[in-house]
Design a protein around this ligand. Structure first.
Ligand code: NAD
Length: 438
C-alpha cells in the first residue's frame, strides 16, 4: 500500500495525471487536497471569490480540523477562470444539487459546471460527477450537453459518476477511506474512474453495471436514512401520547445484535443531503409515472418536527401557566448538526421561525456560528431567556450546561430537541424538561 504521505504519482493507470475540481465546498475541497497528496497536478474552479482567496492563502473556508491542517501541506491553485479545465485529464463536478422552495430539484449548478466543461475540456478527458443526483441525470442532462458541444461521449470524452459519501466532521470516515461506487457510460470511463479513485481511497471501489445504478446508490442511502428517521420521529409523537420514553425503547431494541439499526428522533433533519436527495428521486420517478408515497410521507414527517418541537414547548409552558407569546426563549444552536458551522437546511431555522410566528421573544446562540448568533456567550443567552430549546447538541453545550446552572439562571422550561440531556436530573433541579418523545 502507498504510504499516505507519499507525493509520488499514484494514478492507477499512470496516464491521468492532472485533475480539475469544479466546486470547492464540503465535497470538492477534501478531494482536491487528497489528489494533491496523491501526487496529481490539481486545479480548482469555483464561483465564490471569497472561497478562492482563502484557499489560495492556505486557509480552509469550512470549519474542519483535518482540512485546516492539510490544505497548507497540499496546496493547489483555486480560480474562477474555467480555462484551467483544459489542462485536466480528469474533471470532477462537485457543485451543489439543491431543491427550490417547492422542493423541485435544481440542476442549475450542475448545468453551469457542464457548460464550462463543454467549452473548455480537451478531447480524451474523463468527466466525473460527484454531486448527488437522481438516476438519469448523467445520461439525460450531462451527456446531451457534451454531445451538443461536439464531443462524442464514450469515445472522445468519457463520463462517469462517483457519488461522494463524505460526512463532514467525522473523525473516522473521510475522503481517504470511505468506499466508493463508480458507474460510467463507457468501459474506458469506468476503468479510468476506478483507477483514479483506487489511487485516492484506501477502501473498496465498486464498479457498478451502469451509471444509473451508481446514481441510484446514493439516493437510496440517503432515503434509507430519511425513512428510518421519520419512523422514529413518528414513534416519538406516538410515545409522547402513551407516556413511553422513545430513547429508552430504541436503546433497548438496539440490544438485538442483528436486523435492527438504531436511529433517534430530534427536532428535525438538516444538511444538504438527507432532507434534499429524496426529492430528486420522487420527482424523477413521478415523470416516469411512479408515485413514491413512502418517501413523500417520510419527508412530510421529518419536515413537521420543528413545529412539533415548538408545540412541545408551548405545552410545557402551558403547564407552568405561561404563554409562549411574549416569553423569552433562548435557542441553543443554529448548525444542522453538532460541532460544525454548516447551516444548510438546519431545523433550527424552522424552530426559530415558528417561535417568532407564535410571538416568542427569541435569542439565539451558536458558538460555531458567531456571526449569526444574537449573543456571544452561553451566560448572555441564559441572562436573556426564561425557557430554552436545544436545536444542536454542540459539545460546548453538553460540557457547559448543567441542571443547576439552568436553575440558577432562572430557566423554568427546557425542550431538548436532541434528547441530549439527563431528563431526570433536569426535572430534579425544578426545570420543566421535555425531550422529543420522552
Ligand atoms: N455536504 C455533504 O456532506 C455532502 C456529502 C456527500 C455528497 N454531497 C453532495 O455533493 C454535492 C456538493 O455538495 P457540497 O456540500 O460540497 O456543496 P457546497 O455548497 O459546500 O460546495 C459547492 C461549491 O460549488 C460552487 N459552485 C456552485 N456552482 C458552481 C459552478 N457552476 N461552477 C463552479 N463552482 C460552483 C459553490 O460556490 C460552492 O463553493 C451536492 O450534490 C451534495 O448533495 C454533499
Amino acid at each position: 500500500m502507498i504510504p499516505a504521505e507519499s507525493t509520488e504519482m499514484t494514478s492507477g493507470n499512470g496516464a491521468d495525471r492532472s485533475v480539475c475540481v469544479i466546486g470547492l465546498g464540503y465535497v470538492g475541497l477534501p478531494i482536491a487536497v487528497r489528489a494533491v497528496e496523491r501526487g496529481y497536478s490539481v486545479s480548482g474552479v469555483d464561483l465564490d471569490e471569497r472561497k478562492i482567496s482563502l484557499i489560495n492563502e492556505g486557509k480552509s473556508p469550512i470549519e474542519d480540523k483535518t482540512l485546516s491542517e492539510e490544505l497548507p501541506k497540499f496546496p493547489f491553485e483555486a480560480t474562477a477562470d474555467p480555462t484551467v479545465i483544459s489542462n485536466a485529464d480528469i474533471i470532477l463536478i462537485c457543485v451543489p444539487t439543491p431543491v427550490d422552495d417547492l422542493y423541485n430539484p435544481d440542476l442549475g449548478p450542475v448545468r453551469g459546471a457542464v457548460s464550462m466543461i463543454a467549452k473548455h475540456a480537451r478531447k480524451g478527458s474523463l468527466v466525473v460527477l460527484e454531486s448527488t443526483v437522481n438516476p438519469g441525470v448523467s445520461e439525460e442532462v450531462i451527456s446531451p450537453m457534451l454531445t451538443e458541444a461536439g464531443f462524442s461521449v464514450g469515445t472522445d470524452i468519457h463520463l462517469a459518476h462517483c457519488p461522494e459519501r463524505i460526512n463532514p466532521g467525522d473523525a473516522k470516515w473521510s475522503v481517504k477511506n470511505i468506499p466508493r461506487v463508480v458507474g460510467s457510460t463507457s468501459a474506458e470511463g469506468l476503468d479510468r474512474a476506478v483507477a483514479f479513485y483506487g489511487s485516492i481511497v484506501d477502501g473498496e471501489i465498486r464498479p457498478m453495471k451502469s451509471i444509473r445504478e451508481a446514481e441510484a446508490v446514493k439516493i437510496v442511502e440517503n432515503s434509507f436514512r430519511d425513512i428510518n428517521i421519520a419512523f422514529v420521529n413518528e414513534l416519538a409523537k406516538s410515545f409522547d401520547q402513551l407516556g413511553i420514553d422513545v430513547k429508552d425503547v430504541i436503546q433497548g431494541a438496539a440490544t438485538k445484535p442483528f436486523s435492527f439499526m438504531p436511529h433517534f428522533p430530534s427536532c428535525g433533519v438538516g444538511g444538504h443531503c438527507i432532507p434534499v436527495d429524496p426529492y430528486y428521486l420522487i420527482e424523477r420517478a413521478k415523470q416516469s409515472g411512479f408515485d413514491h408515497r413512502f418517501l413523500k410521507l417520510a419527508r412530510e414527517i421529518n419536515n413537521s418536527m420543528p413545529s412539533y418541537t415548538v408545540e412541545l414547548l408551548q405545552d410545557t409552558l402551558n403547564e407552568l401557566e405561561k404563554p409562549l407569546k411574549g416569553t423569552r426563549i433562548g435557542v441553543l444552536g443554529l448548525a444542522y448538526k453538532p460541532n460544525i458551522d454548516d447551516l444548510r437546511e438546519s431545523p433550527a431555522e424552522d424552530v426559530i421561525h415558528e417561535l417568532r410566528r407564535h410571538g416568542a421573544v427569541v435569542t439565539t446562540f451558536d458558538p460555531h456560528v458567531p456571526r449569526l448568533s444574537d449573543v456571544s456567550s452561553l451566560d448572555e443567552l441564559l441572562d436573556r431567556s426564561d425557557a430554552l430549546v436545544l436545536a444542536t447538541a454542540h459539545k460546548e453545550f453538553l460540557d457547559e450546561i448543567t441542571p443547576q446552572r439552568l436553575a440558577d439562571a432562572g430557566i423554568t422550561a427546557f425542550v431538548d430537541g436532541q434528547n441530549a440531556f439527563d431528563r431526570d436530573a433536569m426535572r430534579a433541579a425544578g426545570i420543566a424538561y421535555k425531550g422529543i418523545g420522552r
